[in-house]
Design a protein around this ligand. Structure first.
Ligand SMILES: Nc1ncnc2c1ncn2[C@@H]1O[C@H](COP(=O)(O)OP(=O)(O)OP(=O)(O)O)[C@@H](O)[C@H]1O
Length: 324
């Protein structure tokens, strides 16, 4: 049967595609009288890594908490692993992993025992394809906590504690993993190891990962798709390269000649360099070409959204003033 869209209806039917892990249409959230999400649309497929970016207070945590089933949405159509999160049961929950921003209080437990204990909850949900839970020693190795297995949780450093949070999130071998600012407090080596772990989960285990971060460099390294949430909507959805190209700014070219420094901004860097070398040849030294990156794209898109919102708020205020 073909679905017919009636005038006035918005929600399209969810596609019967086993590969679609997240399917969100027109998600809305209101706290009291304040609308935070105005109609968020997003989809994710099996094995995709998505980074959800946006300014403070944009609604990233709210969105993730709704998808996890922790928070009830105000409106919209949401399917997570084919299920409406407000109706998810234990079997559904066992297929998801969550690493929240806040710490849980497991202070007196020892690391190894805690993971073994939590892992036991997942054993009944083991399948032929996915053996649950993740064996504790392998898991400790994977998150870089093997040397701290006997420590009490309360004795861990901030970064070690965050690694434990990640271990708790993945002990059930989730098909879908939510990571809310996962690397806050990580030193550079821990951050790199964590990035390898994320690639391993996505590539080898086909885990779909939705993460939030304010570290755009991390987003660029980890995610094949970037979603920018601003003004209560997803204002951009694409690969880091696609987003950078969308706000195609000029390339910045730096060089020195006879000990003097030069900086030039050019729309067509290749043509400019051809001319530069044609004119000065070997005298051009210490050449650097910097193209717009994800950070430039993010700043431009969020600025555009915010100045548009300020513009329309001013227009509304002006209109109301005229009507008063
Ligand atoms: N329980 C709540 N009750 C009322 N308002 C809330 C509640 N939780 C969040 N908010 C508000 O909703 C908005 C979105 O918050 P949220 O934590 O989802 O944003 P975020 O994008 O995750 O921010 P950050 O980057 O700072 O972590 C904020 O204005 C926040 O104050």
């Amino acid at each position: 049967m073909t679905a017919v869209e009636l005038p006035g209806t918005v929600a399209a039917p969810h596609p019967p595609d086993g590969d679609v892990v997240l399917d969100v249409r027109d998600l809305r959230m209101r706290y009291g009288t304040v609308d935070v999400l105005h109609g968020v649309d997003l989809t994710a497929r099996r094995g995709e890594v998505l980074a959800l970016l946006g300014p403070n207070g944009a609604g990233k945590t709210t969105t993730i908490e709704i998808l996890e089933g922790f928070r009830m949405r105000s409106a919209g159509d949401v399917r997570v692993l084919g299920v409406d999160p407000s109706r998810g049961d234990e079997r559904w929950r066992a297929r998801m992993g969550v690493v929240l921003q806040s710490w849980r209080d497991h202070g007196k437990w020892r690391v190894r025992e805690l993971l073994a204990h939590l892992g036991a909850f997942y054993a009944p949900y083991s399948t032929d394809r996915i053996r649950r839970p993740w064996p504790v020693d392998e898991l400790l190795d994977a998150v870089g906590l093997a040397g701290n297995a006997r420590k009490r949780v309360g004795q861990l450093s901030g970064g070690q504690r965050r690694r434990l949070d990640v271990a708790v999130g993945i002990v059930g071998r989730p098909e879908l993993l939510f990571l809310d600012e996962p690397t806050v407090g990580f030193d550079p080596a821990a951050r790199r190891e964590f990035h390898e772990l994320v690639h391993r989960l996505a590539d080898l285990d086909d885990t779909t990962i939705l993460l939030t971060t304010h570290d755009l460099d991390e987003a660029e390294k980890l995610a094949e798709r970037i979603l920018i949430l601003a003004g209560g909507r997803i204002i951009a959805d694409g690969s880091p390269d696609e987003l950078s190209r969308r706000v195609a700014g000029n390339a910045e070219i730096r060089w020195t000649r006879d000990g003097e420094r030069f900086v030039h901004s050019a729309a067509d860097a290749t043509a400019f360099l051809r001319d530069l070398f044609g004119q000065y040849g070997d005298d051009v030294q210490e050449l650097e070409v910097r193209r717009p990156n994800l950070e430039d794209a993010y700043m431009a898109l969020v600025y555009e959204q915010e100045s548009g919102a300020r513009g329309s708020a001013a227009a509304r205020a002006w209109q109301q003033g005229r009507q008063a």
